[in-house]
Design a protein around this ligand. Structure first.
Ligand code: BGC
Length: 795
């Protein structure tokens, strides 16, 4: 391959080389026709492949988010998911998927917590390695991100992380090290700085990434993270998005002046050519894509969602008998979160809500009890008709004065223009639709966008305002623009002609317009008190109550950190009131990260669903009825109260620094050190059978243990191996995860499980590199960080 790369490089002049090291579009790497190199689309990402465009006409399979996947503790499941990701990528012509996200859950406030796997580096690393290996086995590149220490969102473009070398090596760098060992072809560097230097120019790109780890792939910048022209002399190989701003022409001048050596550019081009050969964009045929029918994809997503659901409490109420009469309550029962917000968003063709899923198997009475009215719902398709086509949907037009530049039939109330060149030529974007009320009452009708916006109802102006964004993060401005709405009393069946217009903002040079535009409605509602009372009443009359609670996009998403761990609105109050009238109350928590559950000991069962992807309802039905086991184990400690959380702060100091003063004591390591009990410990999760562990024996670094299923149905248990070191010369965590292994056992049967512990589990980082303290360690084997019945010496 190296000869081929040199041969191609020799054909390129400086401008040709520079074209290749910057994107040619928002989600596109440049090609070179003379070399036979195709342009290479790339796409987010971690939980589905959106493709180059943010458009419901090009939908994607929505997979469980990072915490949900990691909760399976099942690299083999991730290998199956990797094949589906590769299938989706190929279907969309994508060469690299921008995932997995392998930053750590340092603080539960971190806005992208849902997208990352775990607070533990070993679990994160193993899940990442499985993702990388499986996606790339099908000739599509993975792209572990964000290198490194992008563990929270506050001031994410500028924050300077101060962490000592040992902490970086043992915790934050380790998942990247494993991903490189697994053969990653691309790694994304982060927005933040580490020790005062922005990550796109940081020495950590040379050592350890490209140096001792031997990474020979492409380091791609996070989007807009390239901060200088001269910085091109450093380790970032590819500046995204394109077309170039700081590289390109200014970089050509810098090379000509001798400020950046051409050899540095050559090195980047070599890596990009190597990448192109690997993904089949240059020579040879791409690896055949794995086949998935829609039904196969749905089956896998449903199974994966159930495998990640963590049952943290069950007094025996679960599983529910078929056709149990339940009151299905909570704001997320009918309006759940399938995925987290931000760049991980994909647009699925089909979703199943908890209401839809449970109605198929149980006898359901539903009312939300609490509405989270912070947001208009993008208009449901069944309520709108496109006046141009007469079919369900909206008409989107690009207007230049009175001239219509383009007309599109759209089928989503939430539209995202992301690097839209056509919109750059238009003065305004317009949505038209005929809205038909399906119930009488006061409707909220509104718009979410930025800039000069107007809403007309039946030809009359209802809103005319220049809407500005108060926040600081551009992602938030685009994805969650401010909303304005008006109330209209409508009769059942009444139709209203709706017209929304917004002036196009200035285009980003070469890239086009970036703008979010929502046409939303809220159906008439009971008063807050009536709604709450109706839910409690329904719970009183039912055999069991299922309350689906969760976070909103306004409090948990990319672009900002959370400010507390509470469930928004009156959800805690609702659960408490329901539990008071129905002892068989089951709470499903639909959040990507921990939330406080103050009523947790007063309800019969608590199931954490995370953001489980498009098949949420079907998977939930499987788990609640026992058709599937809740397979998950906590990948992160679940606190009882925010005040107990040992590592919390995500806000940089006045100098812009965020100090990781806790060092290596993150997650359960910090909880153990502080001797504070969380609500539920790392690794914890219940299934529907019972277990006994026995006969731990150790040979070298290999441990075996006997696992017996003492219950009456088959089940999967996750054996977890932790190490500790009493009287150590070195500062250490109380104990740390060294390995894990899942095993499925039939009722009454026993299996012998082998746990291979890697050498690294025994090593610690010193000023001169990795070292092992001589003498014996203690091995603990069990089913969570605090449920460890078996111990043995191991050296
Ligand atoms: C995110 C990345 C993402 C990129 C492209 C950035 O804002 O941090 O994770 O891949 O956008 O969408």
């Amino acid at each position: 391959m190296d000869d081929r790369i040199e041969e191609l490089l020799a054909k390129l002049d400086l401008p040709g080389k520079l074209r290749l090291i910057s994107g040619s579009g928002m989600f596109r790497m440049a090609g070179d026709p003379a070399l036979g190199l195709a342009e290479m689309p790339v796409s987010d990402g971690p939980s589905g492949v959106r493709g180059e465009h943010w458009d419901e006409r090009d939908p994607s399979v929505s997979l469980p988010s990072g915490t949900a996947v990691a909760a399976s503790w099942d690299p083999e499941l991730l290998a199956e998911i990797g094949a589906l990701i590769a299938h989706e990528a190929r279907r969309k012509g994508v060469y690299a998927v921008l995932g997995p996200t392998i930053n750590l859950h340092r603080s539960p406030l971190g806005g992208r917590h849902f997208e990352c796997f775990s607070e533990d580096p070993v679990l994160t690393a193993e899940m990442s390695a499985a993702y990388v290996t499986s996606v790339q086995a099908h000739g599509v590149s993975a792209c572990p991100k964000h290198y490194v220490a992008n563990d929270s969102e506050t001031d994410r473009f500028t924050v300077d992380i101060q962490a000592d070398d040992r902490t970086l090596r043992e915790l934050y760098l380790y998942p990247f090290e494993r991903s490189v060992q697994a053969g990653a072809w691309m790694v994304m560097d982060a927005y933040n700085s580490v020790h005062g230097v922005t990550m796109t120019e940081n020495r950590l790109l040379d050592e350890p990434l490209k140096g001792s780890w031997g990474f020979d792939g492409v380091v791609v910048s996070d989007w807009t993270a390239v901060r200088s022209t001269a910085g091109a002399a450093k380790g970032t190989d590819l500046a995204m998005p394109g077309p170039p701003m700081l590289w390109g022409a200014p970089l050509e001048e810098a090379v000509r002046k001798g400020e950046v050596p051409e050899s540095a550019i050559d090195e980047k081009v070599r890596r990009i050519l190597r990448f192109a050969i690997r993904v089949g964009a240059l020579d040879g045929e791409p690896t055949p894509a794995p086949e998935f029918s829609d039904a196969q994809a749905q089956e896998l997503v449903r199974r994966a969602a159930a495998a990640g659901m963590v049952l943290v409490r069950n007094d025996g109420v679960l599983p529910l008998a078929p056709r149990t009469e339940i009151a299905l309550l909570g704001p997320h029962a009918a309006l759940p979160r399938f995925m987290g917000g931000g760049s991980a968003t994909v647009i699925p063709a089909h979703t199943t809500t908890p209401l839809e899923g449970l109605e198929a198997v149980l006898s359901v009475t539903h009312t939300p009890g609490v509405r989270l009215a912070e947001k208009l719902v993008p208009v449901p398709l069944e309520l709108v008709t496109d006046p141009e086509t007469g079919t369900p949907g909206l008409s989107l037009r690009y207007l230049d004065g009175d001239t219509v530049l383009d007309t599109q039939h759209r089928t989503a109330g939430n539209l995202m223009l992301f690097g839209d060149k056509k919109a750059a030529e238009a003065g305004a974007i317009e949505i038209r639709a005929r809205l038909r009320a399906d119930v009488a009452g006061d409707w909220q009708i509104g718009v979410g966008t930025l800039g000069e916006a107007r809403l007309e109802l039946d030809g009359e102006t209802a809103i005319s305002e220049t809407i500005t964004f108060e926040g600081t993060d551009p992602v938030g401005a685009i994805l969650y623009p401010p909303q304005r709405s008006v109330t209209r009393a409508l009769a059942d069946g009444q139709e209203v002609e709706v017209r929304v217009t917004v002036a196009t903002p200035p285009a980003i040079p070469g890239l086009g317009v970036v703008l979010g535009l929502t046409f939303g409605v809220t159906r008439p509602q009971r008063s807050e008190e009536e709604e709450f009372a109706a839910a409690v009443d329904a719970a009183r009359k039912a055999d069991a109550a299922v309350v689906v609670v969760g976070t909103t996009e306004q409090i948990e998403s990319e672009g900002f950190d959370r400010t507390d761990l509470r469930l928004p609105g009156r959800q805690d109050e609702l659960v408490a009131a329901v539990a008071a009238v129905n002892p068989r109350t089951i709470v499903v928590v639909n959040s990507g990260a921990p939330v406080e559950l103050p009523w947790r000991d007063d309800v019969a069962a608590v199931l954490l669903s995370w953001f489980p992807g498009q098949e949420f309802g079907a998977a939930l039905a499987d788990v609640l009825t026992g058709a599937a086991e809740p397979g998950g184990r906590l990948p992160t400690t679940w606190p009882a109260r925010i005040d107990d959380v040992p590592v919390l702060n995500t806000t940089p100091d006045n100098a812009g620094a965020l100090r990781y003063t806790e060092g290596i004591h993150v997650g359960y390591r910090a909880w153990l050190k502080n001797e504070v009990a969380p609500a539920y410990p790392f690794g914890h999760g219940l299934g529907y059978t019972t277990w006994e562990l026995s006969d731990l024996s150790v040979t070298g670094r290999t441990a075996t243990v006997t696992v017996t299923n003492t219950g009456d149905r088959a089940g999967r248990q996750v054996l977890q191996a932790y190490l500790s070191r009493e009287d150590s010369e070195v500062e250490r965590p109380v104990r740390w995860l060294a390995g894990f292994r899942g095993v499925t056992v039939e009722p009454g049967a026993s299996e012998t499980v082998t746990l291979e512990l890697p050498a690294r589990a025994f090593e610690h980082w010193t000023e001169t590199g990795w070292a092992v303290e001589p003498g014996a360690f203690t091995l603990h084997v069990g089913t969570s960080v605090t449920e460890l019945p078996l111990t043995a010496d191991i050296a």
